[in-house]
Design a binder for this molecule. Structure first.
Ligand SMILES: Cc1ncc(COP(=O)(O)O)c(C=O)c1O
Length: 395
């Protein structure tokens, strides 16, 4: 009997023996959460991204929320979010009580462009102050940050990058053109800690504030204490003392997961190179399937290859996306759609009414993410390309 080939998901973590050993070692230490490994991981993450400060937390969503809180975003303000992104980008804005203005995206890349940013800024809600915009580096492509930063500056606002797909891409995280950049280390991302997130920034005050906010708004810094008579006795600060100056959350990432993060960071470059190789192989193998199936155009900016997305003209092929996805799944190949435009979610439609974003709709209608992760072998890539070709020919 012939053996069933292994299932190829659209993305997955790459965990090796040294990662497992690093976690095992961390488990034998005294502190499972908020020990020295958090700080170590933060230092390594800042170095890997070229940032001054890195604040680690327990998800990419928490990272986005912390960034919005640190920015002082709140009711009466708005933030621009591209509609093609994961729910979290918009939700992080709403968690502060601020409102979302959805920007359209380029129909072929799914990215917010300088033009769609300008159009969105013209649609900001009456009586509200536009405070920030969150460019999303969709699938590892990078937005035109220099142009967006110029436009943001002209409007007196700062940018916060949703770089959850872009760890390891040159410039993402260095915050040259933004105030902060937010990352996720969910298993399908560039490195994995199970759940995890990081915010990078060049601003020390913002980093300090996010460290307090991730831990209930607590500070143990004597220099920051407000009720000094309550905090101090004749010998100095009471050893148990802490203060809270604003409401915070428990967004702490455990030491154990930071041990995994530090181990994975060492491989970031290797993982990235393998992803780039896989992308080039796909480009070559899928070229004959044009024009009805073609990869998202590469563009000329750095790419992290978090996802490999193909654009398919389902109407011309006479097949639905669901039929194609089911046919591929039947052959052990996982695919996914990134993403349903967020402005079409019932919650946001209910809140803001129907918004016309044709670029987002056109991208969504054609996109399909096919398997992409560092542990894929060349033979796996060929298998996906052949299955796609065969499925399209048969249909
Ligand atoms: C673009 C984007 N932003 C934010 C997030 C949220 O990250 P997490 O799942 O770590 O909360 C994700 C996760 O999938 C994402 O893809």
């Amino acid at each position: 009997m012939s053996e069933q080939p292994a299932f190829l998901p659209y993305g997955r973590q790459t965990i090796e023996e040294d990662d497992i050993a690093a976690v095992g070692e961390a488990l034998r230490r005294d502190l499972l959460t908020t020990g020295p490994l958090v700080e170590l991981y933060e230092r390594q993450f800042a170095q890997a991204t070229g940032a001054w400060h890195a604040v680690a937390c327990n998800s990419g969503t928490a990272a986005l929320h912390l960034a919005m809180l640190a920015l002082g975003l709140g009711p009466g303000q708005t933030a621009i979010v591209p509609s093609v992104t994961f729910l979290s980008t918009a939700n992080a804005v709403r968690m502060t009580g601020a409102e979302v203005v959805f920007a359209d995206v380029d129909a072929d890349s799914g990215l917010m462009t300088p033009e769609s940013f300008v159009a969105a800024s013209g649609r900001s809600i009456a009586g509200h102050v536009l405070k920030t915009a969150l460019p999303v580096h969709l699938g590892g492509q990078t937005c035109d940050m220099a142009a967006l930063a110029d436009l943001a500056e002209a409007r007196g606002i700062s940018l916060v990058e949703d770089a959850c797909h872009a760890l390891g891409v040159a410039a993402a995280g260095a915050t040259q053109h933004s105030l902060m950049a937010c990352f996720s280390t969910h298993p399908v991302k560039a490195i994995a800690t199970g759940e995890g997130g990081v915010v990078t920034t060049a601003d020390e005050m913002l980093a300090r504030r996010m460290r307090d906010l991730r831990n209930h708004g607590m500070t143990r810094d004597p220099g920051a204490f407000e009720t000094r008579d309550y905090a101090l006795d004749g010998d100095g600060t009471h050893p148990w003392y802490y203060e809270m100056h604003e409401v915070g959350w428990n967004y702490r990432i455990p030491d154990v997961l930071c041990a995994l993060g530090s181990s994975q960071l060492k491989k970031l470059n290797r993982f990235h190179c393998r992803r780039a190789e896989i992308a080039s192989l796909y480009d070559r193998l899928l070229a004959p399937l044009a024009p009805h199936l073609r990869p998202v155009p590469r563009g000329n900016r750095p790419h992290g290859w978090h996802l490999y997305v193909v654009l398919i003209d389902f109407t011309a092929l006479g097949v639905t996306r669901a039929e194609l996805m089911k046919a591929l799944r039947g052959q052990g190949i996982g695919t996914q759609v990134h993403y349903i435009p967020v402005h079409r979610q019932p919650y946001y439609r209910g809140r803001y009414g129907a918004v016309s974003l044709p670029g987002a709709d056109a991208y969504y209608a054609r996109c399909l993410s096919i398997p992409m992760y560092p542990a894929m072998r060349d033979a796996d890539v060929s298998r996906v390309a052949e299955a796609l070709g065969a499925a399209i020919a048969r249909i």
